[in-house]
Design a protein around this ligand. Sequence first.
Ligand SMILES: [Fe+2]
Length: 412
Amino acid sequence: MAQPQQSDRPSKYGMDSVSHDDRCRMVSIAWADGHTSRFPYIWLRHARYFPSLGRPDQAHETDFVLPEEPTTLSVAAIEAGDQSLLVHWKHDGSTTEHLISFLRDNCPSDEARRERQPLPVRWSGADAATFEWFEAADLESPAARLEIFQRVRDKGLALVRNVPTEPGTVMDLAKHFGPVRRTHHGSLFNIRSLPEDRQGVRANIGATASNTLAPHTDEGFRHAPLGIMLFHCLKPDPSGGGVSTFVDGIAAAEDLKHSNPDAFAFLRSTPMVLAAERNKQERFRTRCKLIATDGAGVVRGVRMADRTLPPVDLPVEEIEVAYVALRAFCSELYASYRVFEHLFQPGEMAIFDNQRVLHSRKAFNREAGERHIQQVSIERDEFHNLFRQLAEEMGRFDLANWEPDAGALCQD
Ligand SMILES: [Fe+2]
């Protein structure tokens, strides 16, 4: 929900007319651009204090006070000013003020609510090969940074080049996108081709091995999986191996909806176990839906990793069904036309949404020399929070007034 913006300026939205109807307890606004908004009286009564936004300048009570019972409300008159509406209530003689911009920014019509929930832009491997790369200098420019935020929101993948190759740089760059998440791996994850006897607890698990990996999302075994990843190449495999791959998991799940509706319905509705018990430091286990959809049935997040999917833990009669569904989903996810391949060079960086985009790398030769990638992750909500703040600071209200989805944690 957009914050009300107090200003001496007239509202950026023009109104043609305002009316109210006590029989259906509704205030209607006809806007100059042809849009119509209808606000139930009860919504306006709640909005008078904006209590859920917790603004320090708003009146508040000791206890959370919900508005009155809806059928008791009635309106005597409404006055429209440049910036706000004054609603004079008949049932208790009070007057409430409502900023016009707040009303329009939070219009509850189906159309306006849809517009505030932007749809993912799906892509194939060939599409991703045409994505424009950003420059490291863009990260210092608020306008360009806004484009990076938007690219990650809409496509889940932004590519950046000419990033300094000083180890630790990715930690500095992350500050533009939110605080770095700390896990049992620490904050900065080094993906480094070390001799096996120096790999410690990470020996030969996933990223630290040198074999080809299947496309996967990272650490879906957490209740809240890792969010936005910054993947920074310092040194590629000198022999040319270790090609990185990315797959749009949302596109795959949306296609599964049509290619195998039963599999899609099963995976979006049946929580399954993901777990990691690869060494003494890991006893992770969660139960989650591998395809997360929102209330409109739109796929907003996926989780998939062959290496952290244990034998299915479901009622016996559902086990075969689960494997059939998994097979169908994997055949969509791993279809070759979905895969974007790129051999990252020193100073190249991918910023991707780990709750949407699967990644992997092909085998490389550990004996050929050091391959070194550094990676950090940022919570998706922190990322979206900075995105919306920046948009608001820059007066880009088209990018400030939207509702972030919860990714792999979406509930329908
Ligand atoms: Fe990974």
